[in-house]
Design a protein around this ligand. Sequence first.
Ligand code: CP
Length: 322
Amino acid sequence: MRHFISVHDVTNIDALVSKALSYKGDPLKDKKLGANKRIGCLFLNPSMRTRLSTQIAAQNLGMDVIVFNVGSEGWALEFEEEAIMSGNTVEHVKDAAPIMGKYFDILAIRTFPSLKNREDDYSELFIKQFVKYAGIPVVSLESATLHPLQSLTDVMTITEEIQKSKVKRQASKVKIVLTWAPHVKPLPQCVANSFAQWINAWKQTEFVITHPEDYELSKEFTDGATITRDQDEALRNADFVYVKNWSTYNDYGKIYCNDPEWMLTKDKLSITNNAKVMHCLPVRRNVELSDEILDSPSSLVTEEAGNRVWAAQAVLTEILNG
Ligand code: CP
């Protein structure tokens, strides 16, 4: 693997998941693999899980890690080609990225969308410019439209649950539902896009997406899933319910509906097949997801966030092995 930007960088999802699970069983087994290698983790936006889990993963492989909060501590970067830099940006990525390429062996970057202009966000200019100019492998720590480390973790967590379940189930009999949830702020579509992209590429399970009118996602990511506005119908017999808010895609970056009826409750969960509930976190309690679910045995959110370490470790190993 050269870069890790989307599911398209992965040749075998199950093999990558197995590697992640193997690190969960034995975190330090490849402690020498990253000796004398350094990863730079650049954050243009806030993070807790991604930041900490990626550092731990790199350290488990013996790598040096430097975290740089570019968004709050660095020079404001310019990403447009041929920009006349007479505004607020101080340094062009064309100048900054090759320097990162000298300092690091792997560059990992988090950069959120503006949610102002869909074409700009979906062009993924920021991460593409780092890939173009850094000259070293680039890992997405969440980009304008995708969050691949989260999605790999999610597939890993689902796989682990299927393997753990007392009643052995074939993945093909498993039903996964991605449901929209209310939120007070317009959020990116990244996690939902990425989850849909990975579950569709995985091709192991039944996959249903449910959301209110106006919250359609890009077909680029959802094609292959069943899509319905009837949340109850979607939830019926579900084995996994992935809860996430996203803002509108068509009339870009808006909140059209904040209907609390869309929040998953224990009542709604009763029509599932005793489903496990997932969320990437952070979560707005009693807006996106109720306390009664988050604090119940149905919730996988803490296990899921813990698994972020092993997913990141599997990806870094693939890159270090070239
Ligand atoms: N899920 C996730 O990416 O969390 P952070 O934003 O805290 O990294």
